[in-house]
Design a protein around this ligand. Structure first.
Ligand code: NAG
Ligand code: NAG
Ligand code: NAG
Length: 804
């Protein structure tokens, strides 16, 4: 996006001629004085362009500054139409061929066509004599055939429309003679046809009519006033038939351009020669005067080479009697470097999109210098340090093109200064600053400030609480840089992520939607997307890992012995047990983790405080010393299990111990946990057993009696002893299987003490009945509790099976 270096461009305008020059020059011819709107010709047809292309290619007519903007393009029809009244006489004066030149500029690609408009003359001017009345003084002695020059008439039109004939009012003395001079002008003379007689006529008035050759023709009239004199006279004679002078433009007022002189052979009044312009253009009249006495032509107005470089005029020299002769003066104006080049911005793509490839044309510049030759040769340059250069195109046109990539995020606008210098001495220069904005393109995706985010929340949080916030930046402009946050759809633990978290689209603040339970899952990961509002939008995403911290909200759960305190969970301790023997073990777990699940065991009450100890953290109950005969048979221990949380939670259980080698030796066993229901049940069972046994024995005796009587071969099958099934279960009946998972089904175990007079039936309900709901089996390994935040990647954890 950054432009690589810049180049300083100096280009000679002259090279421009070589490039792009199109052959398709057009020329049209129209009469002068056409109404504005009149059609000159059809550009579209003549250039072979579709009409619509003219406006899309920004067709326009450029004229040099000294010309008025005479023509326009009608984009609907493709016609060139007259815009301003064209007066051939004003435009071209006496030039035979009057051509207006202008240029047709087309862009994309830049194309230039020269258009020449030949302006034809119409007969819109009448011949005019310089003066309405011309005075002639003629001596009566003048001979027949003597010629007297009078001013010719002038018609601003050209060709046929200019003065073609003169007629003289009928009179007896004079006839008219018209001669054509070499330079095209006429010499109009009155020729004396019959001698004058002062005594008869003092003066006479003759009417001269000049007519042009137009159709219809126009005419002009002047009166020649002839005074008849007594004396003789000579006409003045100019020293040169043609005076040439050269005048630098901008010459100050009062400058003498040239001095003309004519001499008259007469003396006195007859020899006093005066000078005057006999024929002079309106333009020349404004800038020159002719001193009538001295013959000096002086500057009285601004001389500008660029508007008029040449003046032609005719002058008359007259003596006191009105006899005259004429001569011609040509003044050439020389150029001075008085015009600085002018830079015109012909088109500019502003703003330019930042993704414009290098060498994109962003503007077209035209440079004009009104001076001529060297003074009008222009060099153009562009300032350093901008990724643009000027490429010469067709004549005096330059394309402003990019040299590298633009990046609005780095530079959003350029002030490009173009300088044009001419080759005059001293040179003149001018500069123009072009302001170019770079338009945004959605070329930057939002970028998160962090590679990834982590958020910590303690469990049992309030739903709706703020978790953390993410921020992404997009340097593009307006909506292209407006960042909108959203959660990427995903599932966490089988539920949509939106049921866990929500993100504020504008601010990127993440809120919790529900309360988290550390025991349910410890961490999860979501992805937040930042998208801009461009079209098409750009986006990026970031991961947010959420870690749930544990709170000591679970008290220890005692798995064994059942905290219900049922006395049938009785441990047998052999009488011969030595000090330090393992007697039993309290098994407890805590659903929390870390310190909150670090359990310690303590005997808080016991029948004989000195006999048993419990491992602080193992929960193993051992004898502290050898068992002696004096120790009570029944020993009860109340054990407290505490976790290490703040504050700590605890649970207690009772452990029943029986010091005996054989349960049968313990008549008082039932006293350990005397149970009314059990006794009754036992009672009924005994009755039932006795009845069944009695009935069975009686039945056997009867059968035996019958057999004995028949075969007389008595055979004894039973010795009268009662066989009692013995299902001895080890005291640690709550089995823990290999994987550590406790059996969740109901256990129904019964045992009878062999040979006892009373039988104990023990109905064991599910040991986890009240401690744990069947569907929420603990599967947490204490070793897992240690590494809480170690694994940031883990999705909601599955509890691993208890391994103890
Ligand atoms: C360009 O010129 C304008 C007006 O002179 C100015 O306000 C602006 O700061 C300039 N910009 C740069 C990039 O120089
Ligand atoms: C945004 O970028 C798109 C091109 O990706 C462009 O057309 C549009 O103008 C830009 N919007 C703004 C406000 O600059
Ligand atoms: C998230 O960003 C990564 C690269 O950062 C990309 O591979 C992945 O496609 C993005 N995911 C979505 C849904 O946009």
């Amino acid at each position: 996006m950054r432009h690589k270096g810049t180049s300083f461009q100096i280009v000679l305008c002259g090279f421009a001629f070589l490039l792009h020059l199109t052959a398709g020059d057009l020329s049209y011819s129209i009469p002068e004085e056409m109404r504005p709107g009149s059609i000159v010709g059809n550009l579209a047809k003549d250039l072979g362009l579709e009409v619509g292309k003219l406006s899309s290619r920004k067709a326009r007519i450029d004229t040099e500054e000294k010309y008025l903007h005479y023509c326009d393009i009608d984009f609907k029809t493709g016609n060139v139409v007259v815009r301003e009244r064209i007066d051939r006489e004003e435009l071209c004066g006496e030039k035979v061929s009057c051509v207006v030149k202008f240029e047709l500029v087309l862009e994309n690609p830049l194309e230039l066509h020269r258009i020449s408009l030949l302006v034809q003359d119409i007969n819109d001017n009448s011949p005019v004599f310089p003066k309405d009345t011309m005075k002639l003084e003629i001596t009566e002695s003048a001979d027949k055939g003597t010629r007297y020059r009078i001013n010719e008439a002038h018609d601003a039109d050209i060709g046929q429309n200019t003065v073609k004939s003169y007629t003289l009012q009928n009179n007896e003395h004079f006839v008219l003679s018209v001669r054509e001079d070499s330079d095209g002008s006429n010499s109009v003379e009155l020729v004396l046809n019959k001698e004058l007689d002062r005594e008869k006529e003092h003066d006479l008035n003759l009417e001269v009519v000049a007519a042009d050759g137009g159709n219809p023709h126009r005419s002009g009239t002047a009166t020649v006033h002839v005074t008849v004199l007594d004396a003789n006279d000579n006409a003045p004679v100019f020293s040169q038939a043609l005076y040439r002078a050269s005048l630098p433009e901008n010459s100050p007022i009062g400058t003498v351009v040239i001095t003309v002189s004519a001499s008259d052979a007469d003396e006195g009044l007859n020899g006093e020669v005066t000078y005057e312009f006999s024929r002079i253009s309106e333009k020349a009249k404004k800038v020159f005067t002719l001193e009538s006495q001295t013959g000096e032509i002086k500057v009285t107005g601004p001389i500008d080479f660029e508007s008029d470089s040449k003046y032609e005029m005719r002058i008359d020299a007259k003596d006191g009697y009105g006899l005259s002769s004429d001569s011609k003066v040509m003044i050439e104006v020389t150029d001075v470097n008085d015009n600085a080049p002018v830079i015109y911005m012909k088109s500019l793509t502003n703003p330019t999109a930042e993704n414009a490839p290098p060498s994109t044309e962003v503007g077209i510049i035209n440079v004009q210098d009104r001076d001529s030759e060297q003074n009008g040769q222009v060099r153009c340059s562009i300032q350093e340090g901008v990724p643009f250069k000027l490429v010469p195109s067709i004549k005096n046109y330059y394309s402003l093109v990019t040299t590298g990539k633009l990046d609005r995020e780095l530079v959003s606008e350029y002030n490009i200064t173009i300088t044009a210098t001419d080759e005059g001495s001293p040179p003149l220069s001018s500069s123009k600053t072009v302001h170019l904005s770079v338009a945004d393109v959605n070329d930057n995706p939002p970028v998160f400030e962090e590679q990834s985010y982590s958020a910590y929340v303690t469990e049992n949080n309030k739903p709706g609480s703020t978790l953390c916030s993410v921020t992404a930046r997009d340097p593009d402009w307006r909506q292209n840089g407006t960042v909108i946050y959203s959660l990427l759809a995903a599932e966490v633990n089988g539920a949509p992520v939106s049921s866990y978290l929500s993100v504020n689209g504008d601010t990127g603040v993440i809120h919790t939607v529900r309360s988290f339970d550390y025991e349910h899952f410890r961490s999860f990961k979501v992805h937040v997307m930042a998208r801009d509002n461009g079209s098409p939008p750009l986006s990026s995403n970031v991961s947010v890992s959420v870690f749930v911290a544990d709170v000591n909200d679970n008290s220890p759960q005692i798995l064994y012995p059942s905290p219900e305190g049922n006395s049938f969970m009785t441990e047998l301790v052999p009488k011969a047990a030595h000090g330090g023997s393992l007697v039993s073990k309290v098994i407890a777990v805590d659903a929390d983790s870390g310190q909150n699940a670090w359990l310690s065991y303590q005997i808080i009450k016991s029948t004989d405080p000195g006999l048993f100890t419990i491992g602080l953290h193992s929960g193993e109950i051992r004898t502290q010393r050898d068992i002696s005969e004096s120790d009570s048979m029944k020993q009860n221990l109340i054990v407290a299990v505490k976790d290490n949380g703040q504050p700590s939670l605890s649970a207690t259980c009772t452990m029943y111990l029986l010091i005996s080698d054989n349960l049968a030796e313990v008549p008082e066993l039932k006293d350990i946990s005397y149970d009314e229901n059990n006794s009754k049940l036992t009672f009924y069972l005994i009755i039932a057993l006795v009845c069944v046994s009695t009935f069975f024995l009686t039945f056997i005796i009867i059968i035996l009696g019958v057999r004995f009587c028949r075969r007389r071969k008595p055979r004894l099958l039973f010795d009268g002893a009662v066989a009692i099934p013995s299902a001895y279960l080890p005291p640690n009946y709550a089995e823990v299987d290999g994987t550590g998972t406790l059996r969740s089904a109901y256990n129904y175990d019964a045992y009878l003490t062999t040979g006892s007079r009373t039988s104990d039936f023990k109905f064991v309900s599910s040991y986890n009945d009240n401690t744990l709901p069947a569907d929420q089996t603990l599967r947490k390994s204490p070793s897992d509790f240690v590494d809480v935040f170690g694994d940031s990647d883990s999705s909601p954890e599955v509890w691993t099976p208890l391994n103890q």
